[in-house]
Design a protein around this ligand. Structure first.
Ligand code: HEC
Ligand code: HEC
Length: 252
């Protein structure tokens, strides 16, 4: 297992967090900003510029980012050596709202056009017990992200990557830590939060546990995702992707 010794800090840089602005109003604000600042290169429908060279942003996956935090960075910092300039002067909120808006565009990925079957995918999801860690429509575990609307957040290519390379990009919310206590015992779990004195984790049984930092020998971050990389057949992967892509909140 891959291990790295880290000193955990109390604050995580803003851009490492999950998108805090994902409501309906944020979609509209993001769209408004997009229409005023981005269409000259990406087109009014965001499908790519006619005269300019901005790429299609509606395909459901991005070349330069896979997570929301990654998209945030692309929009804030721009892409070096291209006409895509960053928005360093804008408020973080505006950039997150753009991310939210761009994510809704991939809604247009038509589930029927995918090679897999959502219906079969739902069965595979049950058979592989993915619900042990993931909630869908209020049912399931809390050891991984809620997938009820994952089809809005992630495009088909990203979903396929989530399944085959779960450790590629793990958001800090899902970092696992190994706590080495002064008495020699070891506890592993998801890092839920910390302050100057205490570290809180959720262990594999979903129990919340708090440790006084003074009583710890060390804390290691486990870089690998707790999400197992299942050996999936091509069909199973396609079906799971179609099922996950179909999870879009109320529409599903
Ligand atoms: C002057 C032209 C121009 C403007 C204006 C512009 N872009 Fe871009 N954008 C580009 C180009 C060109 C690329 C592709 C760069 C590359 O990969 O070679 C790009 C790439 C991107 C990407 C990454 C796409 C991918 O597949 O990873 C995102 C996201 C993006 N732009 C969002 C925006 C947003 C949001 C705005 C408005 C705030 C905006 N762009 C304004 C030209 C522009
Ligand atoms: C032991 C717990 C566990 C099991 C079992 C598990 N996952 Fe995960 N999964 C996670 C964690 C933790 C993450 C977040 C970290 C990461 O991206 O790897 C995650 C991430 C994901 C994501 C990305 C979600 C997002 O919002 O970006 C998808 C999709 C996913 N899992 C699907 C599945 C499917 C399908 C199965 C069954 C084959 C499964 N998971 C089984 C723990 C699990």
């Amino acid at each position: 297992m891959l291990l790295l010794l880290v000193v955990l800090t109390t604050s995580v840089a803003a851009e490492e967090l999950e998108n805090p602005y994902t409501g309906g109003i944020d979609v509209r604000m993001g769209q408004r900003f997009f229409l005023s600042k981005c269409t000259s290169c990406h087109g009014v429908d965001a499908k790519g510029g006619v005269e300019a060279d901005g790429p299609d942003l509606t395909t459901g996956s991005f070349r330069h980012a896979t997570t929301d935090a990654g998209l945030f960075r692309v929009i804030r910092d721009g892409i070096e050596g291209t006409s895509m300039r960053g928005l360093r002067r804008e408020k973080e909120q505006v950039i997150w709202q753009l991310v939210t808006y761009l994510r809704t565009l991939s809604d247009r990925v038509d589930v029927d056009s995918l090679p897999g079957s959502p219906k079969v995918g739902r069965q595979v999801f049950g058979r592989l017990d993915c619900g042990r860690c993931h909630m869908v429509d209020g049912r399931g575990g809390r050891l991984g992200p809620d997938l009820s609307r994952v089809g809005e957040r992630r495009g088909p290519n990203e979903l396929a990557e989530d399944l085959t390379e779960p450790s590629a990009e793990v958001a800090p919310r899902w970092w696992t830590v190994r706590v080495n206590r002064a008495d020699g015992t070891v506890v592993e779990g998801l890092r839920m939060g910390e302050d100057t004195f205490n570290l809180r984790i959720m262990d594999g049984e979903e129990r919340l546990r708090s440790f006084a930092k003074a009583g710890l020998r060390s804390v290691e971050r486990i870089l690998e995702s707790t999400m197992p990389a299942e050996p999936l057949s091509d069909d199973e992967r396609d079906d799971l992707v179609a099922y996950l892509a179909s999870l879009r909140g109320s529409e599903s």
